[in-house]
Design a protein around this ligand. Structure first.
Ligand SMILES: Nc1ncnc2c1ncn2[C@@H]1O[C@H](COP(=O)(O)OP(=O)(O)OP(=O)(O)O)[C@@H](O)[C@H]1O
Length: 258
């Protein structure tokens, strides 16, 4: 099956600082891919490059069959409507209500009567697990977890094929984080969404990722399931997946399953 995202020979650099070099990655349709790596290995830069917020120095980025590095502006706009992005703090417009925030991408894509647009936004808000009255609130009136859900609702506004999440559980308490993991898993399964998730959260990797991609040495060092990660003989990968936090996450998952 053709991957929904196909990166080949990707290179990103800032001045003389090379972040990625010869980076290859395939993301499969309908999977939840967790992207991990040490601090500064370029996880966020990778996400930003795929969604066109960062221009790579070299390489190709195919998303849903279109190479976005060579696509025309119109092609890029079209493809951009088929993905949604949720940034770390939700990146909501503070002067707009949650409903209005969710309506921003809808307005830019399609002309709809106001009532239909509100109803569509409310549907996404409830799909993201927010109470219905959250639509009338401003971001500053919401908890961090609710803001993240609002950011997710906006990312889902145009029924995307792919959702990009940048550290979705960062800053959430363990219960909130586990709820968010379940939400992502459920949405991926029920909507057939492909999820590209940058995370540090080992619990999330266990709970909702089908595969994991490890960034190290300026490239994707290895991809595979959690079981495969446990077998990788590389110092960072070994320490990450066998460290005390990893053992705790494994124990939590075991307890939940048992
Ligand atoms: N706009 C920029 N200008 C210059 N350097 C940048 C820019 N954006 C990112 N970098 C550098 O690129 C490297 C990768 O950054 P990135 O934020 O992608 O790391 P990360 O893996 O997401 O890290 P963390 O896990 O700490 O969030 C870092 O060294 C960072 O300083």
């Amino acid at each position: 099956m053709t991957p929904v995202i196909r990166l080949r020979g990707l290179r990103n650099q800032f001045g003389r600082h090379v972040v990625h070099d010869g980076l290859d990655l395939d993301v499969r349709r309908g999977e939840v891919l967790g992207v991990v790596g040490g601090s500064g290995t370029g996880k966020s830069v990778l996400l930003r490059t795929i969604v066109g917020l960062q221009t790579p120095a070299a390489g190709s980025i195919e998303v849903l069959g279109t190479d976005i590095t060579t696509a025309t502006e119109t092609e890029r706009d079209e493809i951009g409507r088929r993905w949604g992005v949720m940034f770390q703090d939700g990146a909501l417009f503070s002067s707009l209500t949650v409903r209005e925030n969710v309506e921003v991408p809808i307005r830019s894509a399609i002309h709809l009567p106001a009532e239909t647009r509100h109803a569509l936004a409310d549907l996404k808000i409830s799909l993201s697990g927010l109470p219905w009255m959250a639509g009338d609130k401003y971001p500053s009136e919401l908890s961090g977890g609710m803001r993240k859900r609002a950011g997710l609702a906006r990312a889902l506004a145009l029924d995307p094929d792919i959702v990009f999440l940048d550290e979705p559980t960062a800053g959430l308490d363990p219960i909130g984080a586990a709820e968010f993991d379940r939400l992502i898993s459920g949405l991926s399964r029920s909507l057939g969404l492909t999820v590209f998730m940058v995370t540090h959260d080992l619990d999330s990797l266990h709970a909702c990722c089908d595969r994991i991609a490890v960034l190290a040495e300026k490239r994707v060092l290895v991809t595979g399931t959690m079981a495969e990660m446990l077998e990788v003989d590389h110092p960072w990968v070994h320490d990450y997946f066998h460290g005390p936090r990893a053992r705790a996450a494994l124990a939590t998952q075991g307890a939940e399953k048992g």
